[in-house]
Ligand binder design. Structure first.
Ligand code: HEC
Length: 188
């Protein structure tokens, strides 16, 4: 029960899941469940109170805290710049309005969504979304369209003052490129 409750609550706490090792964290939480349960089972059986389980549980928890602070791994800026584009990405990169969208993203989004962020209070790119290179931008074309074009979710509270015309430019670039693609993307 305890690990299940932990996992149900964990989606409110990025410290528990926003790591590429979140599966290790989940596994260790289950082990903590085992050691805690062993203590109670032994106690209720009336045999003993195995205090070593407290130590094991504590150590597992310290290990979890350590794992959750490990920095995320991601490609370097050079690798991202050198990465060949997929066929779909090439359509987005060569579509009308891409240069303008790239300028908008670099001006309004990159300060937070960078490999080395330069916005006060943002220590690493939120959700691991990097928006710095051409390859980054075309890889996230649909996300950019959804978060900053058709909705106003990004930038948060419009802290970087994106203009309505810029949102419109993102929308028309995306729709135009998507219309040249297979049906499932064009439909949106
Ligand atoms: C002030 C910093 C900041 C700026 C500027 C910013 N973002 Fe974000 N972005 C965030 C934060 C914080 C989150 C995580 C939000 C969350 O946890 O739901 C995020 C999340 C995202 C995501 C992932 C959304 C998801 O739920 O998967 C995308 C895509 C994104 N931003 C795109 C953009 C685009 C496009 C721009 C520019 C138009 C932009 N952001 C500007 C801080 C910023």
């Amino acid at each position: 029960t305890l690990p299940v409750i932990f996992l149900m609550l964990s989606n409110h706490y990025p410290l528990a899941f926003a790591s590429q090792y979140n599966w290790v964290i989940a596994a260790l939480v289950f082990l903590m469940g085992v050691s805690i349960r062993h203590y109670f089972n032994s106690m209720h059986a009336g045999n003993s109170r195995p205090l070593w389980t407290w130590l094991v549980t504590g150590l597992l928890f310290v290990a979890i805290m350590w794992i959750s602070t490990l920095p995320l791994e991601f490609d370097s800026l050079e690798d991202a710049e050198a990465r060949p584009l997929t066929t779909t990405e090439q359509v987005f990169a060569s579509s009308e309005g891409f240069d303008e969208v790239q300028d908008i993203v670099l001006g309004r989004c990159s300060m937070c969504h960078a490999r080395e962020t330069f916005y006060e209070g943002v220590r690493s790119a939120p959700k691991g979304v990097h928006l710095e290179t051409t390859s980054d931008i075309v890889a996230h074309a649909r996300d950019i369209y959804l978060q900053a074009g058709v909705t106003r979710a990004m930038p948060p509270a419009n802290v970087t003052y994106i203009e309505p015309e810029e949102r419109a430019a993102i929308i028309s670039w995306y729709r135009n490129a998507a219309s040249q693609l297979p049906i499932q993307l064009a439909a949106n």
